[in-house]
Design a protein around this ligand. Sequence first.
Ligand code: HEM
Length: 393
Amino acid sequence: MAIGVRSYDEVSLAQLRADPYPTYRTLRAEAPVAWLAPAGIHLATRFDDIMRIEKDHETFPALDLRSLQIKAMGHSLMRRDGADHGRQRRALDPTFAPGVAKRHWQPLFEDIANDIIEGLYEQGRADLFSDFAAPLASRCLMHILGLTQIDWRDLCRWSQALMDATGNYGDDPAIWARGKEAYDSIDRAIEARVPELQEAPDQSAISSMLHAEDPLDMADLRANAKVIVGGGLNEPRDATCTAVLGMLTNPDQLARVREDETLWRIVFEEAVRWIAPIGLYPRRVARRVEIGGAVLEGGDAIGLSVASACHDEDHFDDGERFDIFRKRSPHLAFGAGPHFCLGTWIARMQVGQIGVPALFHRLPNLRLDPDHEPAIEGWVFRGPTSLRVVWDA
Ligand code: HEM
């Protein structure tokens, strides 16, 4: 812990996993940069402090060799800075640029969403987490990555194992072991596909990295693919369930969206603001600096709680309420600065324009299953873990 930083230990990891927002509210008011003792990290919880950090990559670089993400996934673009980061990000442009989502990915994602709904329709009930959001995200991601030969269920397992390892602040050995198994399985899947993609390039991320003007070597390619396995599955999955939950618990807002379909775009943005799928991510402190009333030392690490920033009273009235008609204000669920989420345009398309609207169009009288409460958990990554619904089949 740095000098001049308040230590906060009035919460357990279990409480944070159950619901971190009350703790964030207290921290924003009392200690906006604090040492969160149970997790062993400094945490920034206010929107303006996080923006200041994200605008100053000299003082707060992304590269930190102690990073749990490097341990879990290898050294990807997400933990690089400056020209090194820019080169890797540019290599992925042909897969992720905004126009590509519409031109290339939209028709494929629509087919996948329709196929899943077709398979569910007659049942009249489903857990949207496991029966819709996970297969949609996973089947889309197989194509985005270029790993079209694998089973989408394996990709779900690998993604969860990598994300659990990245958030393993409690240092649980079983979580590291599952993460390592996923790491090795993904490497084998990449090895199997590379020769084909070398011969026949396509729009996938692995192909883009192989055929970039300045191609990435295999170590970089593997690490970036793993970051995409992690971020490209769990976040759109969780955002899908969160957006559906927001709609089903606010029927007045749903009625307005049904009258004006252009509002689906806002439903998606409000969902990721309301429950940010990535709750926090780390930055390193390169030199002594004062921020949020605390003094951090060079060598410290700090977690940026974008989930907290998305509820900051200075930017959002009554942030814990889902409200698509709230005063429009930029949120931080996709981060900010050079590492702003590369998958933003794909996620907006896949979840906001295709997946969530398709459910409401195709499943008549979609509503929460009265016998099952939705479950929501997590703080490093957060979202519904079960969302049981019924409809008139
Ligand atoms: C609702 C969905 C999503 C949310 C809320 C989200 C959130 C984020 C956030 C907060 C970051 C910044 C992390 C940091 O700086 O450490 C990030 C980065 C990133 N995301 Fe996403 N993400 C989503 C979907 C996706 C998808 C679908 C993909 C890929 C298929 C993806 C790929 C990436 C990559 C590659 C980065 C690293 C960018 C860089 O370091 O330059 N994300 N995401």
